[in-house]
Write a protein that binds this ligand. Structure first.
Ligand code: XMP
Length: 541
């Protein structure tokens, strides 16, 4: 039967570069009548909006074990993640704690903007200061300052540490202010009276650090029990850096992990921040405010800014992206949201590096109900993935992801996914845990919900924040069951993505995009996919 159906291979032979070629040759022509590559599958449903559960992926011959798959993804020049997962810029999902946890797992957190600009700057600083290898520019104090000044600085800049090198006006090391004396009871004392003097402070000359400074510092801490700080100086005793033992230990352990933390070129965790296309009292784009704020974020070391709005294919968003691109030529920019190829081309031409795709798929979204617009997510991802244009861009699938299988499907068409609801129940998400009828929950709300818009996100939906009473909310306020730590949730998601890649014989994300074959699922097929005809004792998640 197979031999009599000479159907042309869906994929041209020069595109088939993998070791599975021989194995699938025989059946490929028959299989391809059912399981189609994206460019054959989606156009066949051009008048039907499809989402994750409407399709399933066909398996392919594989020599790839899930554990051997690589998940790294480059979203812009200088913005590389080790796992393709981003936490959403929502006020019940991402602040510094979530961003730190995401980056430590190899992903990225986008800090939301429903807070004063100053606070968002501190949140970014917290992430960038979190784990240090060699802290090249340690925060220093001067001998004539009071301990009370140091306490105020810690509070103001949200530092999670309280030991500081003490230097004079020329930058020469004169001691170490230990966290043991940075206490309110000593607030009125000068640092000069309380510091550990230079002769008792452990230092290393920067010439002795060699090629692997972390290994050198690790050796030092092993050889000096009880010492937790090592200062780096030059021949003139000018301070050039600081190692802390806990950071060095963490980094040494990370070297053995499969998915390493996502770090910048200075070994700091990466962090993103959302900005809105805010308008001034005259209804014009508030250029000065936006530029000043993004300048502050860049000074703090932010790795990417996301111009986050409900309608990215609009003049205000385009103008904002263009203005940021002109003023910060090297800063990676994410922009969105769109669901059309034209929208992608527009944002890319304005200077966006990564474009968020998704209008209305989110678990807390009501845009489709309220405004009657938006596209089922998988169709939107396909359409956007085929956008043209001169400028290179990457795509982020934003919203509607409820399980790891959805991520696998999304990654067949995009470079990374953005998750809100999946992470909102984690310990690291902002907000308190509450108990209702013996179960633990955290609150999760749409940025277009009335409460969130009152807290500042109205601009995202094109409304002014003092008129929120008059507008129709496009999101709901909800609860998520507490789901444990980000480490645990991401481990499950990553395991699922790796399984999916193993089934498709894809060792990296580029191969996943190339190899994916889709088929539509009937309602009965959809029921068949979940546990059925059993009494479930334990849920899968
Ligand atoms: P999930 O499905 O991960 O979706 O919970 C998170 C994404 O939803 C978007 N978002 C909204 N969309 N009304 C909307 O229509 C809202 O109030 C709203 N709040 C967030 C956003 O793209 C997020 O990443």
């Amino acid at each position: 039967m197979r031999a009599c159906v000479p159907i042309r291979l869906a994929k041209r032979s020069h595109e088939r570069a993998f070791s599975d070629m021989a194995a699938i040759k025989e059946t490929d022509s028959f299989d391809s009548r059912f399981y189609k590559p994206a460019d054959a599958f989606f156009p066949a449903y051009s008048s039907l909006g499809l989402t994750f559960d409407d399709v399933t992926l066909a398996t392919l011959y594989s020599e790839i074990l899930p554990r051997d798959t690589q998940l790294d993804t480059t979203l812009a020049e200088g913005l590389r993640l080790n796992i393709p997962v981003i936490s959403s810029d929502m006020d019940t999902v991402t602040e510094s704690r979530m961003a730190i946890a995401m980056a430590l797992n190899g992903g990225l957190g986008l800090i939301h903007y429903n807070m004063p600009d100053r606070q968002q700057l501190s949140e970014v600083s917290r992430v960038k200061n979190n784990v240090h290898g060699l802290i090249q520019e340690p925060i220093k104090v001067a001998p004539e300052q009071f301990i009370g000044d140091v306490l105020a600085m810690i509070e103001d800049r949200k530092f999670s540490f309280s030991t500081f090198p003490v230097v004079d006006a020329a930058g020469t090391l004169i001691g170490l202010l230990s966290g043991h004396v940075v206490k309110p009871r000593y607030a009125k004392r000068r640092i000069a009276e309380a510091l550990t003097p230079r002769a008792q402070v452990q230092t290393i000359n920067r010439k002795e650090l060699g090629k692997d400074p972390i290994a050198r510092a690790d050796k030092f801490f092993t050889e000096h029990p009880g010492i937790h700080k090592l200062l780096v100086v030059d021949d003139k005793d000018h301070l050039h850096g600081l190692f802390t033992m806990s950071d060095v230990e963490r980094i040494t352990q990370e070297r053995n992990a499969q998915f390493k933390p996502a770090r910048d070129s200075r070994f700091r965790l990466i962090c993103g921040a959302a900005v809105s296309a805010t308008r001034n009292a005259f209804g014009e784009l508030d250029r000065e405010r936006i530029l000043t704020h993004v300048g502050g974020l860049a000074d703090r070391g932010v790795d990417v800014v996301a111009v986050s709005t409900a309608h990215g294919h609009s003049k205000g968003v385009g103008d904002t992206v263009r203005m940021l691109r002109d003023s910060f030529p090297k800063l990676p920019i994410i922009a969105g949201n769109v669901t059309t190829a034209e929208g992608v081309e527009f944002l890319a031409s304005c200077g966006a590096d990564a474009i968020k795709v998704g209008q209305g798929p989110g678990s807390i979204c009501t845009t489709r109900i309220v405004a009657g617009v938006g596209i089922p997510q998988l169709t939107a991802l396909y359409v956007c993935s085929r956008a043209g244009g001169k400028r290179k861009f990457t795509l982020l699938a934003d919203g509607g992801i409820t399980k790891s299988g959805d991520i696998v499907k999304a990654l067949t068409l995009t470079n990374a996914v953005i998750c809100g609801g999946l992470l909102a129940g984690c310990t690291e998400a902002p907000g308190e845990t509450m108990e209702i009828s013996g179960k633990l929950y955290k609150s999760y709300r749409g940025m277009g919900s009335l409460a969130a818009m009152k807290s500042g996100s109205a601009a995202r939906y094109g409304h002014s924040s003092n008129a929120t009473q008059k507008v129709a909310p496009e999101g709901v306020e909800a609860l998520k069951e507490v789901s444990g730590s980000v480490d645990r949730v991401l481990a499950q998601l990553i395991g699922g993505i790796q399984s999916g890649m193993g089934y498709l014989g894809a060792s990296n994300l580029a191969q996943l995009r190339e190899k994916a074959r889709y088929i539509r699922v009937s309602p009965a097929g959809h029921r068949e996919a979940a546990p059925h005809d059993v009494v479930e004792l334990k849920t899968a998640h």
